[in-house]
Design a binder for this molecule. Sequence first.
Ligand code: AHG
Ligand code: MN
Ligand code: MN
Length: 340
Amino acid sequence: MTQAVDPVSDDIVTLQTHVLQEKRRHPDASGTLSWILSALSISAKIIAAQLRRARLENVLGAVGTENVQGEEQQKLDVIANTVLMRALGSREGVMVLASEEAEEPVVITENRGDDRGYCVLFDPLDGSSNLDVAGGVGTIFSILRHDRRSSRTEDSVLQPGDRQVAAGYVLYGSSTVLVLTTGEGVDMFVLDTSIGAFIRVERGLRIPESGRCYSLNEGNRRSFPAGYCAYLDWAQGNGYSSRYVGAMVADVHRTLLKGGVFMYPPTEKAPSGKLRLLYEANPMAMLIEQAGGQATDGQGRILEIQPTALHQRTPVILGSPAEVARVSEFLMPAPEAGAA
Ligand code: AHG
Ligand code: MN
Ligand code: MN
C-alpha cells in the first residue's frame, strides 16, 4: 500500500538518510552502492539546474553530431552524459559505465576478480526532443553487480534485467522527482531546491491494478502489428483516454502513479521497437514490477531477456497488471481454425 509521507507530521527523510537506513538493513553492505546512489543524486541536481537555465545560457538545440543510435544529439544530451560520467567515474566500486550516448561501455576499473564492483548504465537525458519546448525530460539509470565471469570487463553490462540491484529515474518536470528501487519496493523523492536535497514523499509506491489510459505514439499506428491495432480499437470503444508526452520517463511516471499502460510497439522504422533494453526498458521494468505492475516485450517478461548488445532495442508494454494483461490478450496469436 503506498504510504504518502506527511511532510508536517512525518520525519523529514532525505534521499541520503533513506539510503543509509536501507544500508543499515544489510549489515554486510559495503556502502559502495550508497556512494553510487549519492553520485546519481548529485548528477540529477546538476542536470536539473542546467535544464532550468538552458534557454538563458543558449545550450538548447542540437550539437550537430549523431550518437551511436544515429540520433541527432542535443547539447544537453552531451552535457548530461558528461555530468554522469564524471560523477560516477570517480566513485569507488564503479567498474563499468555504459551510456546511450557512448558507443562502447567505459571500463573504469579492470576486472579485479571479485564481484563487489558495479556497472552503472544510464540514459542521461531521456525525451530530449522535448527540451526545446520545455517539456518533461528525464534521466534513467540501472545498476548491476559486476559479473566477474564475464570474459571482458565491459561484457559485464550484458546481464538480464532481473539481475539489477537498483534502478530508477529522475523526471525534470514541474518538480524534479526521483523514483528509486533497490529491490525492496519503490520510493519517491522530490528535490527541495531551497535546501538542495531530495525529500522522500512516498514509500512503497504501488501502481493501481488498472487504469483506463493507454500511452503510445499513435502516429505509428499504420505499422503496428495487428494485435496492437485491435487493442486500440477495443480501448477506444471502451472509453479509454490517450496520453503521450513523448518522453518515456514522463509517460512511465504518469502510468506508475495513475495506472494504465505505456507501450512502444514494433514499427516499420523500428522493427524491434525504439526503446533500448539495457538503460530504458530494464530499469523501468524493474520499477514497475517492484510497484506491482507488469512489463513485457509482447512475448515475455522484459527482465528475462538475455542481452547480446549494449544498444539493443525491445518492444515495451508496461503498466497496471490488468491493462498489460488486456494488451497481451490482443497480441496472442488467434487459435488456428479447427485447433482443439
Ligand atoms: P531519448 O531522448 O533518450 O532518445 O529517448 C526518447 C524515447 C523515449 O523517451 C520516448 O518514449 C520515445 O523516444 C518517443 O519516441 P517517438 O518520438 O518515436 O514517439
Ligand atoms: Mn531515452
Ligand atoms: Mn537519451
